[in-house]
Design a binder for this molecule. Sequence first.
Ligand code: FAD
Length: 422
Amino acid sequence: MSQLPRRDPRQEWIARNRLHPRHEEVLAALGQGATSEWPGPNGLVRKNPHRVGFIGPNGIKRIDRSGTQQGAGGGKASAPVAEHKPLTEIAEPAFLVAVVPDMAGGRLSGHDKDLLGLARRLADADPAAQGAVLAVVFGSHKETNLGEAGVDRLLHLDSPEIAGYAPEARLGALITVEQAWTPRHWLLPDSKLGGGELGRRLAARLGERPATGIWQVEADAESATGWQCTARGAAGSLDIRRPLPRIALALAECAEPVSETRHAAAELVLPQPLPSTLSRIQDLGQVSVDPASVALSEAEFILAAGNGVRDWDAYHRAASVLGATEGASRVAVDEGYMPRDRQVGATGTWVTARVYIAVGISGAIQHLQGIQPCEKVIAINMDPSCDMIKRADLAVIGDSTQILEALVTLVSQAREEKRDAA
Ligand SMILES: Cc1cc2nc3c(=O)[nH]c(=O)nc-3n(C[C@H](O)[C@H](O)[C@H](O)COP(=O)(O)OP(=O)(O)OC[C@H]3O[C@@H](n4cnc5c(N)ncnc54)[C@H](O)[C@@H]3O)c2cc1C
């Protein structure tokens, strides 16, 4: 019999026709039933746009545009998918890839997750010599499942001398890790307030030349290390390609975060005590700043207002009570409610806040471009079908004035209760 693949045009027509009564049955027969992507006959990946997304708890279809798709199709309320991911346990790794995430606010940032994704690629590249990803986490944290982010081994160091800003003590701890396990790679986020400094200190102490500002890593059999990296150089004006060195400081989006697998995150203990370093740096704690004076591009928490804000006094009061930096859509600026330097978006400022609350903003493409890197977006809007709600991680449907007032009342009450309890 001929080995040529046979095609059935009628089956294919039914597969394309979502309203046909046999649509689901034919999709299942073609192996496209439960998935949103599958390889087509010519090798190209085919996507079914109707299967992208998941049905939210209120029965409305949600498409996660934040890059962290939470579930796929099926037409039923989505269940947490974590337990369905295969658990990968590496009993005796051939080598370690050490990652030192920033864990700003006690949680993995998007940048940290990208770095763990890169570490996974380096650890899993050679099935004959399987490596493991070791996360070195300083201070207390709130992450309950680091294995989901790709961590095989976890070294959690939480002694008082490494709390806060303590680069010398933390460097001492990393040197102890180096002596104990000598990781094949050291990966740190090239961030201003964390890994950027610690990584450079580590490289200087070990006398090794690091690569900084890495945004791409590719396998390269010709390279001495088997990997080639591309890094930003000359104040971001040119790209430098070189073999990936042992100590690498990478930028956000250097790799895809881990999403398909679950790892053990087994706790490790240092075989030797941490060295007692005589610290020349004293951390006097954070200095409180007026959020209104923070530049939008540097703000961590933004309360942005759009054309859906009806009571501007209530909005300014909410920003002040929440301690948020104020931002605005172009319409709010054009109408004269907000100054021009507060405009967020393609023709305003591109923001990188960890939390961005959009009050009465519809989510025009020019606005969404400006908030792309924001970690958590919360939308307050009357229209459940608007694009800002589709982009948001959390949405509150209702009138902006009422919701802002309720928020202010709740925050004030919580603060009073905390003060009374103290
Ligand atoms: C070349 C160009 C560049 C642009 N650059 C930018 C830019 O950099 N930044 C930018 O923001 N825009 C920019 N725009 C404008 C952009 O296209 C949109 O017009 C603008 O973002 C819309 O602002 P908005 O969402 O505040 O207003 P609208 O689109 O009017 O949306 C108002 C929203 O508020 C909601 N709403 C109404 N009443 C209430 C209520 N009581 N409570 C809660 N919600 C309510 C509505 O449901 C709606 O979703 C640009 C446009 C062009 C052409």
